[in-house]
Design a protein around this ligand. Sequence first.
Ligand code: B12
Ligand code: SF4
Length: 479
Amino acid sequence: MRILLYNPDNGVTANFMPHLWMFLLQALTPAGHEVLLIDGNTQPMSDAEIVRFVLAKGIGLVGIGAMTRMIAKAYRVADAIRAAGVPVVMGGPHVTELPEEALGRDGGPRHADAVALGEADETWPKIVADAARGALKERYVPVDAFGQERKPDLQGYPKIPWDSLDIDQFNRIPGFVRPIMEHFKVGWETFHIIPIESGRGCPYGCEFCTVTGFFGDSIRFRSNQSIVEELLLLKARARRTNGQVAVFFVDDNFAINGKRTKSLLRDIIAAKAQVSWVGQISANLLRDEELVDLIADSGGRWIFIGMESLDPANLASVNKSFNKPGEYAAVLERLARRNIYAITSFIFGLDNDTPGVAERTLSQIREWPPVLPVFGQITPFPATPLYTRLEKEGRLTRPKHWLDFAPFHMAHTPLRMTAAEVQDEVQYAWANAYSPAATRRAIDSIANEPAPYKISHLIARLFFRGIYFPRKPIGPARP
Ligand code: B12
Ligand code: SF4
């Protein structure tokens, strides 16, 4: 059977790297089947084009994965494919949280023949086998022999064959630049940013986050060896294609178990498997100087830190008091001393926010070593404690906001400002954090550092904004 795995784009922002789930399921597909991948971010297609592709290629099963933000588009594509007679299975966080919606059992239309709930590493081979004999079930739930939820053990993580996969669609070097790079032989004919996971789960349970509910509050790790091998494979591929590779460790908190993270980083260094990497680590775990040394020596370049707010009352309101705004500057300086910079993420519209929050945040940022800040408004994703609380408090203004996807528009009433004010604050923060003056200030502040750091900072600043926020105005604020 030929299978298509499809990840929709959100139609608004860009994406800089492919989605890991597609490669993982491809690697977990039993022998005898062919798996094709389409990421809407790199291959934008209309619904009709996707249907034509599915029929022309004789696809027997389409798997669609989507976050809440892309789910309306995912449903639309699924509807079109099912109308053409090809079965669709959907997976990922949104349908796990709301399976009845995808299956049309909540009073709405049906979008999927089957849903894969939770982590699908062990259910995917069954789904494929059932689809191949025309006996797809409605739900695939990862449970053990006693019907208890079962989280896959990452010790048996499959080898993703990066050396032989066709990942041309994810090459970040634009087509028109490649011949120039080939001509000058500078080793930049390809540049891929590849997602790798080293573990799953997060014990912190921040109120707005789906991760603790989805992956669980205890952490499961892959073996160091399997990660080192994956890095070596990627390095070899980059060398072979005269290109470069960088890795995004997608673990939600890459240093959640400091001892293990250090042992992994030491093994990467010992095996000379270093590539430039980005990882997500909470600020409290970056107090450890030895860890930060190992991050630098193993290739760590950018650390994504979910700062969320500079106001401790806001942090307490979303169960994130382990973040201490008072130590943010020290953490950023500790990183910057090793030429590691931070992507700092902020959420506006939290219950204690008032108008002016964007400027207050920006003036603090100006005091720090240069960072790549990202800003969003608090969004109640289904099945999060935040969603339940706002529902109880009667504050949800668009309880099914994902079906009427309106990017950067609030779905609930904030407490100390209006929804429109929150949206304005988000706009203001993006416009001013990435203005030419702000970029000049950021580069000037590292004027004495070696050129490659300045260039990487400048390129990151020029491209980064589009990943999260459209460059064009986003339309009038909704009430
Ligand atoms: C990497 C990442 C990103 C990347 C982009 C995604 C990419 N290219 O990989 C970046 C950093 C850009 C990003 C941005 C955002 N992200 Co993000 N991101 C993640 C992160 C950390 C890792 C994703 C991952 O690879 N996980 C590992 C894989 C293996 O897990 P998985 O994708 O869930 O897949 C498994 C199952 O779900 C299932 N499955 C998945 N799809 C399918 C499909 C089929 C057919 C089947 C059968 C099974 C299946 O099988 C897989 C194996 O078990 C997750 C958190 C997390 N730990 O997952 C958040 C997460 C997905 N992001 C989230 C959010 C909210 C966002 C943003 C909206 C944040 C913001 N405010 O801007 C943006 C939106 C981006 C956009 N394009 O619109 C939420 C989504 C919640 C939800 N209900 O939708 C998550 C879960 C984090 C959270 N805090 O709750 N993100
Ligand atoms: S926001 Fe980060 S630290 Fe908090 S629960 Fe989610 S993954 Fe864990």
